[in-house]
Unconditional design. Sequence first.
Length: 77
Amino acid sequence: MSTTTVDIQELPSRFAEIVSLAAEGSEVIVTENQIPRARLVAITSAQARIPGLHAGAISTASDFDAPLPENFWVGTP
């Protein structure tokens, strides 16, 4: 992966170019007075989620819907 550094003052005039660089896999560092302020990278697509893959891995307690004790609301132990 290549890295390109651009000053924030150049950003408006080079915006399309900088977005293209990031989309192609380059890392773009945006600086202000030579201080790094932001890093632009491409958005990677996430893998598709598979419903039911971990069925039964999480369970709800039987008292899940029960009212919370008064000390929860007033902050006492």
